[in-house]
Design a protein around this ligand. Structure first.
Ligand code: AMP
Length: 192
C-alpha cells in the first residue's frame, strides 16, 4: 500500500503514522523526521536544511526531492510506504508522480487530516512544552501555518481531482482518530 498523509502542522500525522505503519507493514517515511535526524547528526544534508527549518520555511525542492527519491529506492519501500510531510507543493506532487512512474508504482490514497486552526495552536503549544522542538515556537509555528496555507492546501483539490483524496476528521482522542484513519486506509486500498 502506498499512502500520503496530508494535513497542517500539529494535525497528528506523526502520531497516527505508527498505527498505519504497523497495521499495513509499510515504512513510515517522514521528511521532517529525516531532516531533524540529519540536523542533529550535523550531516551536510542537515546543514542545508537547518536554516529553512528554524525559520518555518520549506526546504528547497532540489534538496527534498533528492532525499525522497533515495529513500523510495530502499528495499523496505518496494512493496509500499507511508509518506508523511511530502509532497508539500503541487510541484513536489508532480515530482513524486515521476518517481513512482520510474518505479512502476501508483499511489493508493492520500489521507487528508482536517483540524480547525484554533485547535492546532493548542496542540503545538503542548508539543513544544513536551518535546521542545524549536520550530514549534509560536512565531515559527505561524510561519509554518502560512507555508501550509500558501503552498500545501492546493494539494487537496489536486488529489481530490485525481480521485485519491480521503478526508479524515482528525479531532478527537488519539484512539478515535486512529479508528477513522485505519478505516480511511482500508477505503483507499479498496478504491485503488
Ligand atoms: P514536519 O515535521 O513535516 O513539520 O517538517 C519540519 C520541517 O522540515 C518543515 O517545516 C520544513 O522546513 C522541512 N520539510 C519537511 N518536509 C518538507 C517538504 N516536503 N518540503 C520542504 N520542506 C520540508
Amino acid at each position: 500500500m502506498r499512502l500520503v498523509l496530508l494535513g497542517p502542522p500539529g494535525a497528528g500525522k506523526g502520531t497516527q503514522s505508527e498505527a498505519i505503519s504497523s497495521t499495513f507493514g509499510i515504512p513510515h517515511i517522514s521528511t521532517g523526521d529525516i531532516f531533524r535526524a540529519n540536523v542533529k547528526g550535523g550531516t551536510p544534508l542537515g546543514e542545508e536544511a537547518k536554516g529553512f527549518m528554524s525559520r518555518g520555511e520549506l526546504v528547497p525542492d532540489s534538496v527534498v526531492n533528492r532525499m525522497v527519491a533515495d529513500r523510495l529506492r530502499q528495499p523496505d519501500a518496494e512493496e509500499g510506504f507511508l509518506l508523511d510531510g511530502y509532497p508539500r507543493t503541487v510541484a513536489q506532487a508532480h515530482t513524486l508522480s515521476g518517481m513512482l512512474a520510474m518505479l512502476d508504482a501508483d499511489l493508493d490514497g492520500v489521507l487528508h487530516f482536517a483540524v480547525p486552526d484554533d485547535e492546532l495552536e493548542g496542540r503545538i503549544a503542548k508539543r513544544q512544552a513536551e518535546e521542545g522542538r524549536d520550530d514549534d515556537d509560536a512565531a515559527v509555528f505561524q510561519r509554518r501555518m502560512q507555508e501550509y496555507r500558501d503552498q500545501t492546501t492546493s494539494l487537496v483539490p489536486h488529489y481530490r481531482e485525481a480521485g485519491l483524496l480521503v478526508d479524515v476528521d482528525a479531532v478527537g482522542s488519539i484512539e478515535e482518530v486512529r479508528e477513522r484513519v485505519l478505516a480511511a486506509c482500508r477505503q483507499a486500498a479498496d478504491a485503488a
